[in-house]
Write a protein that binds this ligand. Structure first.
Ligand code: NAD
Length: 499
């Protein structure tokens, strides 16, 4: 019997009545393991009804009590960690340990949200004029929404829902339809942790569900993460409908390797950041930029040797470095791009196509692929591949490497490996990219900082999590008060000022 993944609305699982469904695969075998409903506009509106009904009481709950729900949720998520990671790995394909990392990086942000009482504190100035005090408060927006990608089915929903809920909003989550089960489990655990029914709703779906969220006047803000064309569409449509929007898109992350770098360290970093999670990370390194011919030759040799030792297989197996891609379509797309690289004249050092994992012949596996002598006009350089493919673009000197990363249309993450502090400082200051790693290949900022790319990697003016997460999901109210006499002097027709 096929398993059906329900929506989660009004504090309980909800079967869909719409009729349209999508397959959820087990990428390690290629088999369909479940079906997920694609919500109708009416179903989404019903979830928004529930959220709108539940929100005022949640907003009136003290921030400290809301924070305690977050605390209990973190505890419950840890108690259920193995189950969550197994479920996540079985629908996404990433390894069990990597799936745990997906959940834990999400929980980091929920732990940060436990500080909501402090983060929601306003400002206060006494005596700005005679007998006049001014203070500000942060208030929730109302009902807000998150639309999230397949590649971090726990972390990104938690990055969105955590600050929104801790601030007193009700939240409607539209997760990826490709790995929908973990978001539902997270909503169940929030409920078990004490979140009132209706405050967090999960509706599955595609464009119809998304467009309903983008146009319903009750939704005040939309947080999106996914590919750049959809991010642009969501940003334009949400803002045209009067909503706040923060939309994070695709990436093409470069790692610059200076001649003085420890090349073994750099090669290890590139292997993990390029091929981990089958390259399906927005912070994956997909472009290695060695500076100078000698560095490039030595680096490519070290990478080739390490690639030979990589183990690809089902994410549930302990001895595997990375698992399959998420769907057959994703695999076919990456294979097509590899062929385009070959046709464009890049040197194919290792070819991951045709990999067969014994016992899992129908799984969506792709071996590690390394291209050398890639140039900026090739599609393998211009497009986000989102697969286990690393391209080496050789730079003659530091300035050329810096310009390459800065001029790329994407600006999510970038790294530099060097032993020279001056080069590292200069690079961090000048590179036109939102998140920078110095001898760190995947510079995902910790929860109390903020996460966000620049250029085609991010639309909107506030980042995710950290203080920005709370700013995005709250509005500031400023109160000017005068006590106790009232306006004894009668009406004033002059603009008040402090002079
Ligand atoms: P995607 O854009 O295909 O889907 C993201 C979400 O949008 C999903 O919920 C999906 O159902 C919805 N969607 C898809 N097509 C739509 C349409 N036509 N209209 C309305 N909604 C639509 O992205 P994905 O394949 O799930 O995720 C991978 C992408 O996400 C990569 O590009 C990756 O770089 C990016 N990503 C970015 C970040 C970041 O922080 N910048 C983080 C993770 C992933």
């Amino acid at each position: 019997m096929t398993r059906f993944v329900p929506h989660y609305v009004g504090g309980k699982p909800l079967e869909s009545t719409g009729g349209r469904v999508a397959d959820v695969f087990d990428p390690s075998t290629g088999a369909v393991q479940a079906r997920v409903p694609l919500a109708t506009a009416d179903e989404v509106r019903a979830a928004i009804d529930d959220a709108a009904a539940a929100q005022p009481a949640w907003a009136a709950t003290s921030p400290q009590k809301r924070a305690r729900v977050m605390m209990r949720f973190v505890e419950l998520a840890h108690q259920n960690m193995d189950e969550l990671a197994r479920l996540l790995s079985s629908e996404h394909g990433k390894t069990f340990e990597d799936a745990k990392g997906d959940v834990i990086r999400g929980l980091d942000v929920i732990e940060f949200c436990i500080g909501a009482p402090h983060l929601l504190k306003g400002e206060y100035s006494a005596e700005v004029g005679t007998g006049i005090d001014v203070y500000s408060m942060r208030q929730p927006l109302g009902v807000v929404a998150g639309i999230t990608p397949f590649n971090f089915p726990a972390m990104i929903p938690l990055w969105k829902a955590g600050p929104a809920l801790a601030s007193g909003n009700a939240f409607v989550l539209k997760p990826s339809e490709r790995d929908p089960s973990v978001p539902v489990r997270l909503a169940e655990l929030f409920r078990e942790a004490g979140l009132p029914a209706g405050v967090l709703n999960v509706v599955h779906g595609d464009k119809e569900a998304v467009d309903t969220i983008l146009t319903d006047p009750r939704i005040q803000a939309v947080g999106f993460v996914g590919s750049t064309p959809i991010a642009e569409y969501i940003y334009a449509t949400a803002t045209a409908n009067g909503k706040r929007a923060q939309c994070f898109g695709g990436a093409k992350n470069h790692l610059v390797i200076m001649p003085d770098a420890d090349l073994d360290q750099a090669a290890d970093a590139l292997i993990g950041a390029g091929f981990g999670s089958a390259g399906e990370r927005c912070m994956a390194i997909s472009v290695a930029v060695p500076v100078g011919q000698e560095t490039a030759d030595a680096l490519v040799a070290k990478l080739t040797e390490r690639i030979g030792r990589l183990r690809v297989g089902p994410g549930s197996q302990d001895d595997v470095d990375y698992g399959p891609l998420v769907t057959a379509a994703a695999k076919a797309r990456v294979e097509g791009l590899i062929q385009e690289g070959v046709d464009a004249g890049a040197s194919l050092v290792t070819d991951g196509r045709g990999l067969v994992v014994s016992g899992h012949e129908s799984g969506f596996y792709l071996g590690p692929t390394l291209f050398d002598h890639v140039t900026t006009d090739m599609s393998i350089y211009r497009e986000e591949i989102f697969g286990p493919v690393l391209s080496v673009v050789r730079a003659a000197d530091y300035e050329e490497a810096l310009a390459l990363a800065s001029d790329n249309p994407y600006g999510n993450g970038v790294g530099i490996f060097t032993r020279d502090g001056d080069a590292a400082r200069d690079f961090a200051a000048r590179v036109n990219v939102g998140m920078v790693g110095v001898n760190v290949p995947i510079p995902v900022p910790i929860a109390h900082f903020t996460f966000g790319g620049w250029k085609a990697s991010g639309f909107g003016d506030l980042n995710q999590h950290g203080a920005d997460g709370f700013r995005f999901y709250t509005k500031t109210k400023t109160v000017t008060s005068r006590w106790p006499s009232g306006i004894r002097e009668g009406a004033s027709f002059v603009m008040p000022s402090t002079t």
